[in-house]
Design a protein around this ligand. Sequence first.
Ligand code: MIC
Ligand code: SF4
Length: 646
Amino acid sequence: MGFGIAEKIIKKHLISGEMKAGSEIALKIDNTLTQDATGTMAYLQFEAIGIPRVKTKRSVSFVDHNTLQSGFENADDHAFLQSVAEKYGIWFSRPGNGICHQVELERFAVPGETLLGSDSHTPTAGGLGMFAVGAGGLDVACAMAGEPFYLPMPEICNVVLEGKLRPWVSAKDVILKVLQLLSVKGGVGKVIEYSGSGVLSLSVPERATITNMGAELGATTSVFPSDEVTKEFLKAQGREGDFVPLSADEDARYHSVITIDLSELEPMIACPHMPDLVKPVSELEGMDVDQVCIGSCTNGSLRDMFVIANAAAGKTLAPKTSLTVSPGSKQVLERIAADGSLNKLVAFGARILESACGPCIGMGQSPKTDAVSVRTFNRNFEGRSGTRSAKVYLASPETAIACAIFGKITDPRVLGEYPEFIQPQAFPVNDNCVIPPASDGESVPIVRGPNIKPLPVNNGFSGSLEAVAVLKVGDNITTDHIMPAGSKILPLRSNIPAISEYVFSMVDKDFVSRIKNTEYGVIVAGENYGQGSSREHAALAPMYLGVRAVIAGGFARIHRQNLINFGIIPLLFDDPEDYNRIGQDDEIIIPDVPGQLVCGNKVKIRVKSPSGIREMTLSHNMSEREVDTVIKGGRLNSIKLKNSGR
Ligand code: MIC
Ligand code: SF4
């Protein structure tokens, strides 16, 4: 039996484990990526491991999230990150150089290699045939230290693309269609592997738009073949030498197959507040639009900028609509400045922002109260824009610019002739904003501002846990619910005591004061708990406050891993009805935690509620290694013990 692309890369990087769906495998990581909002923690953890230089082929530290400097905190973090990079052998992509995933695709991604990134949209590089996975900062720190990356062997879902997209329909509509078909949890435990005759009609940045939003499916990663189109892209980036062909064997077998005819797709839009609430744009036509934001790691490519600039050329922005445009990278910005596209956008009335995440993570441009905001981004979770009452819709650059022209939700097919983008033979390659590390970093000092606080410790479990169910929530709780971002909170990413004051602030403003009144807490949740971002702060800050277990119907992959990494037990309901049998404020007793976890996958607990005491059996799906990690209080403790020979 032959192999698919994902299996081929996994096989080549397999350190241990069996390639059987669901069983734990360990992979060798060639490359890592961090961004500033998760990077400071990742590097504090790397320092704590105590290795003098990274052991990867290449590690890159990007600054693209916390670029709004309204106090000293973010600038201090940037200086810390730059000094760490110089010292430990890491390339530093300075602020202004672009969004990590866009720059990674343009300048660093290599087909057939592995990439682990402390950002959930790391799979963007799958558009170029890389096996690229998002993880918490601690997993990335461990990979930099030469440790393997552990994950359950994913199932492989094959999406066969046939035909060719029609004018004004683009890659974003493809992934919105996949989200409509599979939902935000449809990709959990899976790799989405694309194939079919339609693949050749998509450029690398278009493929990357599709792999980028595989994160919203909950997928481990998404991957495209590496073919002639990939070769042309790499050649235009002056990196032809990085090309390796990669395709699935004729007789590759998949766990599931979906076929999409590209020529049948129409412009799609995801409605508030989930990326899978997808409808055809035509169904929403005519709704007033207050704001349009174009850019992000999903749609910030040269192709996207070219199309919107030419669609807007000679026209004027609708009077009651605001438009922001953030080019995905310095390379994109340089090119649109040179080819006249930038001028067309400025003349149209766009507000040009720096090449960074910006409004996507609530770093400015929060819309007005109750606003309708149409964005080319990948997430529309409630409150993420910085305005709780805003309604964010996700769409393609084509749909977004049509909305900006008319001030209403508009199907872009009314715009007339489609501006055909032809990839340049050579992109403007200028890596002067990527700073190489020192050849010998030993004497390089680390710059540490006052906002950078030491890592909190967790001593692990030695006996029973007596805790309170401090919060009960429903299905699909995102990491934005658990640990919100935005311009006020993001600058505290290096300061766990300070950021922990905001845990669950969007869901229940009394959560922090409640948990502070008890020693240990347990969170009770529904399905797909922790979907969304890779931010380990959504585990680390609750751990700092005393959360020791989460009992849920199911977990998103990265968050589950982050919980384990910081010594929080992810427990599952055996009987779904038990969710209704635990109330907020009930006492939860887990007798002999280490003994029960080691003994098997069942965990008996006692729930003390006003109506009496009830015994309940829960389960866990942790591997032996994960159980050991949780008992020791997290992965950092495990590694330190291993390094000290204990
Ligand atoms: C996001 O899109 O939510 C982020 C901000 O990029 C996060 C990382 C973070 O929280 O710093 C992600 O996707 O992992
Ligand atoms: Fe940045 Fe938004 Fe992409 Fe996250 S999703 S990396 S915040 S652009």
